[in-house]
Design a protein around this ligand. Structure first.
Ligand SMILES: CC(C)(COP(=O)(O)OP(=O)(O)OC[C@H]1O[C@@H](n2cnc3c(N)ncnc32)[C@H](O)[C@@H]1OP(=O)(O)O)[C@@H](O)C(=O)NCCC(=O)NCCS
Length: 176
């Protein structure tokens, strides 16, 4: 049984404290507002193309998670805790539940301050706690910031090319 999930604080590089907690069903509208604030560039780096407006059905898909097969954390604006400033998630592979696809996105105004790294470290801990042994992520080759996030974890990694993007595999095994 996994430990209970709770809100906790992470520190950004400048010392700002940011609350992080599992995504909730009630976050649907806040998630839509968050996606609405993302620049085209950020959307492109996350989805490799334009992303249509996050309609309610799609937003519900991202917020109604079972916590086991699909899991996500949100970071909240310290000045306005009703607003999301970053999201990270993993979805287990259908054919191998010990592997999961991972992604992270930080609101433009909050990028470059350490939040993507903090969210990634938090979801690595949550994934490990639930028996995930490998997280994989697709990253555009020009997305050096994301590469730095992954390489900065200090975990064994394997990088392969897949259809013009880099496929990172992060090994979470304790002795990996
Ligand atoms: C990629 C992303 C999640 C990183 O989050 P972030 O909060 O901006 O990143 P951090 O502040 O934690 O910085 C991560 C690293 O990138 C470095 N960095 C910061 N700005 C950079 C830049 N413009 N170019 C290259 N590296 C940069 C930081 O120094 C840090 O490296 P370090 O730990 O070795 O010092 C965020 O920028 C984002 O949401 N981008 C758009 C969506 C996306 O690309 N998602 C990934 C697809 S899975």
């Amino acid at each position: 049984m996994s430990r209970p999930l709770s809100e906790h604080e992470v520190r950004l590089r400048d010392g700002t404290a940011v609350s992080v907690r599992p995504i909730r069903r009630e976050d649907t509208e806040a998630l839509r507002r968050f996606y609405g604030r993302l620049s085209e560039e950020t959307i492109h780096q996350r989805f490799f193309g334009p992303y249509p407006e996050l309609d309610e059905e799609r937003a519900r898909y991202f917020t109604h998670l079972d916590g086991e097969r699909r899991f996500a954390l949100v970071a909240l604006d310290p000045e306005n805790p009703g607003e999301i400033i970053g999201v990270t998630r993993y979805d287990r592979d259908e054919d191998d539940q010990s592997r999961a696809e991972y992604a992270v996105v930080v609101e433009d105004a909050w990028q470059g301050r350490g939040l993507g790294t903090a969210l990634t470290r938090a979801i690595v801990d949550e994934a490990r706690e639930r028996g995930v042994l490998c997280l994989h992520a697709l990253v555009l080759p020009e997305n050096r910031r994301m590469v730095r996030v992954l390489q900065g974890l200090g975990l064994p990694e394997l990088v392969r090319w897949q259809d013009g993007v880099e496929l990172f595999e992060i090994d979470l095994r304790p002795d990996g």
